[in-house]
Write a protein that binds this ligand. Structure first.
Ligand SMILES: [Zn+2]
Length: 81
């Protein structure tokens, strides 16, 4: 409950402004250039922070799944004779 309240209070405030690394002034999060010292912020930091799409699914193709099932069936057949 307390954590939820902190998110409610701190969430919007921290999300709408960012601190300039050069002059330490707070500027709008959407700002590309600091309005105090004209520092240029790196482009699209939001995209780099976003979680990457899971690529595991791409590695396991239908072919490999079929091969795994074939191997499993062969092993089972050997066991059953
Ligand atoms: Zn600045």
């Amino acid at each position: 409950m307390i954590g939820f309240l902190i998110v409610l209070i701190a969430g919007p405030a921290s999300g709408s402004v960012k601190k300039c690394p050069k002059c330490a002034e707070e500027v709008k999060a959407e700002a590309q250039v600091c309005r105090f010292c004209k520092y240029e912020f790196p482009q699209d930091p939001v995209k780099s922070d976003a979680p990457e799409p899971i690529h595991i699914g791409e590695k396991i193709t239908q072919k490999t799944v079929d091969e795994l099932w074939e191997q499993r069936e062969r092993v089972l057949r050997k066991k059953w004779g």
